[in-house]
Write a protein that binds this ligand. Structure first.
Ligand code: DSN
Length: 414
């Protein structure tokens, strides 16, 4: 039965959400619009099956085709990211990171990661997260003046604290990571080095951000951000990782299942396979390059309106704005912009003295707008609108109409 008839209440909510997405500008840098093929697979017959275990080593029957699907997904991930091993079963990025902890550490071991308020991720050792509660994290900051990663401080902290695992990766860092430098630091103390590339996986696949593959032992990622697939996660081991610890793949497999998860979501794994195929095409390379070009154009334009960008600009898909000179908080800016049809998110800025519920910044990015086909011309317009909304809240209604008009010219991909 059609959803509309079977559950009109839910169908209506879905219709409203689709209209919201269609008529607004999605600028949260960790979000994107997946393709019709990805959605077709997600909502397919593959939803219904249990498949605990791994290809050819399952605890359920009827899995002949699922083994092929998972193996295909693994093959595509290995080829795209140039790694000898991958686990495609983590439900998302946090479970992928949990599996890394379980694979290589014992409770209370020392770890190192970028501090959350400086751009890191919850699972890299933040105090309220399992990674901060069950382990002993040392958090590295960004430089107080430049807000760039301070590699000397990272090295000093690593030498002093001798972590067993170091994370490199972020959710709000607009610059390129020097993976080589992190590799040298981790090697000098014999630590495992894991790169969490969730935000930049699509940029790495598209060749517009350096890959960590030669310098780290483990790579984790989500699959729905710049990579533009379904929500999901992956854990990879590099050649360097295999050399350090030939047991790493088996440790990671066991940590994912049965260590942390039960049955993998096979519709999700199949949809990841589709997104990996899409991400291997020349058109995806062009897409990745355009994400960065658009972000740079947006950053340059915002600067003209006096916006204070953390680190002065961007090398990737995201921009972090310090709003203190605009006399508006991150929360108020987020709410006003949402009313105008521009979806961004409030975000802490490095060394923020305001509360994380009402921080001093906003974070915005270009992956979803670029998927809709927007280019530099539209970035200029959007920067103008952001400035109008922030400096004159009375303009919200007028800008909402202009946003609506613009989105008509750039349909969603499905
Ligand atoms: N929640 C993601 C983000 O928005 O960056 C990180 O996992």
């Amino acid at each position: 039965m059609k959803l509309e008839k079977q559950d009109p209440q839910l169908a209506k909510l879905m219709e409203l959400e689709e209209e919201r997405q269609r008529t607004a500008l999605e600028m949260i840098p960790s979000e994107n619009h997946s393709s019709s093929s990805v959605r077709e697979v997600l909502g397919s017959v593959l939803t219904d099956k249990y498949a605990e275990g791994y290809p050819k080593k399952r605890y359920y029957a009827g899995l002949k085709f699922y083994d092929e699907i998972e193996t295909l997904c693994q093959k595509r991930a290995k080829k795209l990211f140039k790694v000898p091993y991958v686990n495609v079963q983590p439900y998302s990025g946090s479970p992928a990171n949990q599996a890394v902890y379980l694979a290589v550490l014992n409770a209370s071991d020392t770890t190192m990661g970028m501090s959350l308020p400086h751009g890191g991720h919850l699972t890299h050792g933040w105090k309220v997260n399992f990674s901060g509660r069950l382990f002993n994290p040392v958090l590295y900051p960004v430089d107080e003046k430049t807000h760039l990663l301070d590699y000397e401080a990272v090295e000093k902290l690593a030498k002093e604290n001798k972590p067993k695992l170091i994370w490199v990766g972020a959710t709000a860092y607009p610059r390129v990571f020097d993976f080589k430098r992190f590799g040298q630091i981790a090697d000098s103390i014999g630590a495992y080095l894991a790169a969490d590339i969730a935000h930049i996986a699509g940029l790495i696949a598209g060749g517009v951000h350096p890959s960590p593959v030669d310098y780290v032992h483990i790579i984790t990622t989500t699959t729905h951000k710049t990579l533009r697939g379904p929500r999901g996660g992956m854990i990879m081991v590099t050649e360097k990782g295999l050399k350090k610890d030939p047991e790493l793949p088996i440790k990671i497999d066991r940590s994912v299942f049965p260590g942390l998860q039960g049955g993998p979501h096979m519709n999700q794994i199949a949809a990841i396979a589709v997104c990996l195929k899409e991400a291997s095409t020349p058109s995806f390379k062009r897409y990745a390059a355009l994400i960065v070009k658009n972000a740079k154009a947006l950053a340059a334009e915002l600067k003209k309106y006096g916006f204070n960008l953390i680190t002065g600009g961007t090398d990737n898909h995201l921009i972090l704005i310090d709003l203190r000179n605009k006399n508006i908080s991150g929360k108020d800016a987020q709410e006003l912009l949402e009313e105008a049809g521009i979806t961004v998110n409030k975000n802490t800025i490095p060394y923020d003295t305001a509360s994380p519920f009402n921080p001093s910044g906003i974070r915005l990015g270009t992956p979803a707008l670029t998927t809709r086909g927007m280019k530099e011309k539209e970035m200029k317009l959007i920067a103008l609108w952001i400035n109008e909304v922030i400096s004159n809240p009375k303009s919200v209604k007028r800008i909402r109409e202009q946003v609506r008009k613009l989105t008509k010219k750039f349909p969603l991909p499905h």
